[in-house]
Design a binder for this molecule. Structure first.
Ligand code: SAH
Length: 218
């Protein structure tokens, strides 16, 4: 699908200025971000802002993540191309589309049916045959496709959901925003969870701000 030239140019600028210049170095991630038109994932009236350095509203009180955040999360997963990945919180479908370019098989789960349907429509033109969408509560993961080499969560929880820990493959990596206990009410940290035969190891990454991880379907 060819984007209007001005948007294609803004996408190239986004990759260079918002991503590479700020330290995103994984060439596969940079290439994937350069190939997914972000304007397909926002409402028509926001198309002009599709390459802004920010999150944008997508309806239902939710947001499409800032491009830098999408790239940072993808880079932290250290994908090489043969993996099965789970994306919790489909939202617009943008992060899922980028993941599908980086992994072998992608699954994305969303609790709000209306958003999931919109994401499905957004993704149609990209023809990503290796990406499956599901309606459900991401706290429980997606048992029928588990285990996953990588899991990402686009919404913040106080604790890592048990179901997701179980569905992370041995040697797998999960990235999610966790609410920091004791700190300010809104304080969150992006966290990396690695699973090995000796258990789970958590590493705290950057301070971030995501919408809350809810429970149940809507
Ligand atoms: N990755 C998305 C960002 C979406 S914002 C994008 O690229 O556009 C986070 C999303 O998580 C919202 O759509 C919200 O509805 C969803 N969400 C919150 N709690 C959830 C849960 N328990 N299970 C599945 N999705 C959830």
């Amino acid at each position: 699908m060819s984007a209007p030239p001005v948007l294609a140019e803004r996408r190239r600028d986004m990759v260079e200025h918002q991503l590479r210049r700020r330290g995103i170095a994984d060439e596969r991630v940079l290439a994937a971000m350069g190939r997914v038109p972000r304007e397909l994932f926002v409402a028509d009236e926001l198309r002009d802002r599709a390459y802004d350095d920010s999150a944008l509203p997508i309806g239902f009180g939710q947001t499409i993540s800032q491009p830098y955040m999408v790239a940072l999360i993808c880079e932290q997963l250290a994908l090489h191309g043969g993996e099965r990945v789970l994306d919790v919180g489909t939202g617009s479908g943008y992060q899922a589309a980028v993941l599908a370019k980086l992994a072998e098989e992608g699954y994305s789960i969303e609790r709000i049916r209306g958003l999931l349907e919109r994401a499905r429509a957004n993704l149609l033109g990209l023809k990503l045959s290796n990406l499956r969408l599901a309606h459900g509560d991401g706290n429980e993961g997606l048992a029928k496709a588990a285990p996953f080499d990588s899991i990402i969560v686009a919404a913040a929880a106080p604790l890592v959901p048990e179901g997701l820990l179980r569905q992370l493959a041995m040697g797998g990596r999960m990235i999610l925003p966790l609410k920091s206990p004791g700190a300010g009410r809104d304080a969150q940290r992006l966290s990396l969870i690695e699973r090995s035969s000796r258990g789970y190891v958590e590493t705290e990454l950057d301070p971030v701000r995501f919408v809350p991880l809810e429970t149940g379907k809507a």
